[in-house]
Design a protein around this ligand. Structure first.
Ligand code: PGA
Length: 260
């Protein structure tokens, strides 16, 4: 089955509204004229406070060329949860995707597999697509427990989801030692782990869901690495941090992932 590639920019905690507007304008200037039939899905994930400004810019292209993502959501619908944001609030901005379980959220904000599973359910119940992140630390890799660790993360994240829900979800494999370090995971190794993730999806859901689910690689993706990554059998795109903060480099990554 042909899976439509995704290039998603995770802007992390960068850019106020004016800066976000500049960046999205710069990206548009680079991608608006490209052949839409060959483009991967282009997704940008600004901070919450920039969603409005970026959404306005994206709507101006009028063709769904660029889609909006949020970097997080809370799983409760409303209430006394100071500092959190609900799914309903994100729906104000035509959010197409929501990143959950990023290693920075797990590491600095104590997010657990159980919370990530609750978030996945809320997102899918509201017609939005979760980008579920997983990945091992350097220590886990050196101890040879990468595959077991990822199997646990994915099994927990997908618990209780229907096969249709799993099929439309997105997973991002992001080895923690490759995030923001400039040390990209070797493409064949990333592909091997992603194949393993697909086999876990088959085990906990179905063969059809495993075939349909899009699995991205993330961790120091750059314009120079994307072609080789996209040439792998099971890598369906990239979640890009640092290189998504410059319009030119993000657009070059998008171009490197064009189909045909
Ligand atoms: P990086 O970040 O591209 O800067 O390594 C990737 C991510 O954390 O999603």
């Amino acid at each position: 089955m042909a899976r439509k590639p995704i290039i998603a920019g995770n802007w992390k905690m960068h850019n106020n509204s004016a800066q976000s507007k500049e960046l999205i304008k710069g990206i548009r200037a680079n991608v608006d004229s490209l052949d839409i039939a060959k483009l991967p899905e282009i997704v940008v994930a600004p901070v919450f406070t920039s969603l409005y400004a970026v959404n306005e810019e994206i709507c101006h292209c009028g063709c769904g060329r660029i889609k909006l993502a949020a970097q997080n959501v809370y799983f409760e619908p409303k209430g006394a949860f100071t500092g959190e944001i609900s799914i309903d609030m994100l729906k104000d901005f035509e959010t197409s995707y929501i990143i959950i379980g990023h290693s920075e959220r797990r590491q600095y904000f104590g997010e657990t597999d159980e919370m990530i599973n609750k978030k996945a359910k809320v997102i899918l119940d509201n017609g939005i697509i979760p980008i579920i992140c997983c990945g091992e630390t350097l220590e886990q890799r050196e101890q040879g427990v990468t595959d077991a660790h990822i199997e646990k993360q994915i099994t927990e994240a997908l618990k209780g989801l229907s096969t249709e829900e799993v099929a439309k979800s997105v997973i991002a494999y992001e080895p923690i030692w490759a995030i923001g370090t400039g040390k990209t995971c070797d493409s064949t190794e990333a592909n091997r782990v992603i194949k393993h993730i697909r086999s876990v999806v088959e085990k906990v859901s179905s063969a059809a869901a495993a075939d349909a689910i899009r699995i991205l690689y993330g961790g120091s993706v750059k314009p120079e690495t994307i072609k080789e990554q996209m040439a792998q059998s099971d890598i369906d795109g990239a979640l890009v941090g640092g290189a998504s903060l410059k319009a030119d480099s993000f657009a070059d990554i998008v171009k490197g992932a064009m189909i045909g």
